[in-house]
Design a protein around this ligand. Structure first.
Ligand code: 5AD
Ligand code: SF4
Length: 473
């Protein structure tokens, strides 16, 4: 289905005006208090949320708020996730804690946004049980933060603005990136796949692709500001381009991104196995800038469950695809997402999953216990699997994955790899952490001056999911 999207320059100009008005008020407050006013954003969930949080931080910084490490701030914003139930429970717990903080600091503002807020029952619960929350908004209108803050300041109640659907993509608002040298770029929003367990299509809306020129422009600006590694983000990146006036697909976009001089590395997240076509494999193989890592969610190895999950591929399709990827991209690293305990999962189904894990040999995997999400088709399916059974399967799966990861990382010991130095290492003083093209991490001796640069590192020791190494010169 084609969708009309209003890419609204007017809207971003309007929002910047609200930011400007708030900035004037904030300057007065700062003078009266004799200190800066601060914000703290806590992000739950995936990379899309992390990216949204950078946009929210950009707006708050434009107003003049300064970031602070903990919740002892003038504005505390929780950007929530609702993919699994336990994430929701954690949010409620922490909002309760914020309520206590606010009793001591009545001027503090508490803001909740993100996927959880797109669910009506959540908003009802907050309205009735967490009345101290100041602003609630969803996933479709994060660009409105300045306007909502302005509105809330001019009223005394809770300000709620949830849009059911996305009517527009608002470009060109400021963003405060977490890293100065790498960053995510949304290439599309939403998801049309309706996997039967997943709530994302209900809270993030239908698929909308951004125009290639806007994406490339954003990337160029990022590279002018020191970014060299780009992560292209979308719930289903390989259906990029559907509904756009321009004729372009994901493989074409990848190539265009590689043509930008200052881009050194390109990653992407997340492709769907049903749409990962050979032209994408060819671009990854051909373009040295595209990292040799494919994160390819499996979810289950059982064709019977995959059908119930509405995934549109079988175990055999998945295995054949990963064979094509391995043959096409030498040295590729494959990672995945797996759900354990989908309704009706039998021991045989689970063993099919283990079988795929052993055949594909993933470098690592995110494993999830199935979480029943009200409103999804799977929530009504019979034979929900008992918790103890799921827990045992989950542990077996983890063990299989980590044994294989350990073998894979061991094989590369002795190799010299080019890495992007990302942070000071948790391994100790004088160590930094670098990321290999295949997404694994290596800790090695080095100082902060290396952050953001690319260096060659010899892998000395494999430690399961990561390495210890030394600079190779
Ligand atoms: N229960 C457990 N895991 C889920 N995921 C999505 N929905 C659920 C659910 N209801 C997992 C999938 C997806 C990842 C982002 O989260 O594995 O790929
Ligand atoms: Fe959820 Fe499936 Fe869409 Fe991924 S592809 S966001 S699992 S519905």
């Amino acid at each position: 289905m084609r969708q009309q999207i209003d890419i609204s320059a007017e809207e971003s100009a309007k929002q910047l005006q609200f930011a400007h008005l708030l900035k004037e008020r904030l300057d007065t407050k700062r003078q009266a208090l004799g200190r800066d006013l601060t914000y703290h954003i806590e992000t739950f969930g995936c990379q899309m949320n992390a990216k949204d949080s950078e946009k929210l931080a950009g707006i708050l910084e434009t107003i003049g708020y300064k970031e602070t490490e903990d919740e002892n701030a003038d504005i505390v914003l929780y950007n929530t996730c609702t993919v699994r139930e336990n994430a929701n429970n954690r949010v409620y717990g922490r909002v309760g804690f914020l309520g206590k903080l606010k009793k001591k600091k009545p001027d503090m503002k508490i803001i909740l946004c993100g996927c959880m807020m797109q669910e009506q029952h959540v908003v009802e619960k907050i309205k009735s049980s967490y009345r101290f929350v100041d602003i609630i908004f969803g996933t479709h209108n994060i660009y409105k933060l300045a306007e909502l803050l302005y509105e809330q300041e001019n009223s005394d109640g809770m300000c709620i603005d949830i849009q059911k659907d996305a009517d527009r993509i608002v470009e060109n608002l400021p963003s405060a990136r977490k890293y100065s040298f790498k960053g995510g770029v949304n290439i599309m929003y939403g998801c049309n796949n309706f996997c039967s367990y997943c709530i994302v299509p209900y809270v993030r809306g239908r698929e909308r692709s951004r125009r290639p020129d806007d994406i490339l422009q954003e990337i160029r600006e990022m590279t002018e500001n020191g970014v060299s590694e780009i992560m292209l983000l979308g719930q289903n990146v390989n259906s990029y381009g559907h509904g756009l006036e321009e004729s372009i697909n994901f493989a074409g976009l990848l190539e265009k991104v590689c043509r930008i001089d200052k881009v050194k590395r390109v990653r992407f997240m997340t492709p769907h196995p049903k749409d990962l076509t050979d032209d994408i494999i060819e671009v990854i193989a051909r373009e040295p800038k595209v990292c040799n890592h494919v994160h390819l969610p499996l979810q289950s190895g059982s064709s019977r469950l995959l059908k119930l999950m509405n995934r549109h591929y079988t175990k055999e399709d998945y295995l054949a695809l990963t064979e094509r990827i391995k043959a096409g991209i030498p040295g590729v690293s494959l990672t995945t997402d797996i759900i354990v305990g989908f309704p009706g999962e039998t021991e045989e189904d689970f063993e099919e999953t283990l079988d795929v894990v052993k055949k594909v040999r993933f470098s690592s995997a995110f494993t999830f216990i199935y979480s029943k999400r009200t409103g999804t088709p799977a929530a009504k399916m019979p034979d929900q699997v008992p918790e103890e059974v799921v827990k045992k399967r989950f542990d077996r799966l983890l063990k299989t994955i980590s044994d294989i990861s350990a073998e894979i990382t061991e094989e590369a010991v002795g190799n010299i790899e080019n890495v992007l130095v990302e942070e000071k290492s948790s391994q100790g003083e004088g160590y930094v952490t670098g990321r290999l093209a295949n997404n694994l991490l290596v800790h090695f001796k080095g100082d902060e001056s290396l952050l953001g640069s690319y260096v060659d590192v010899k892998l000395l020791e494999a430690k399961g999911f990561y390495y210890i190494g030394e600079i190779f010169s």
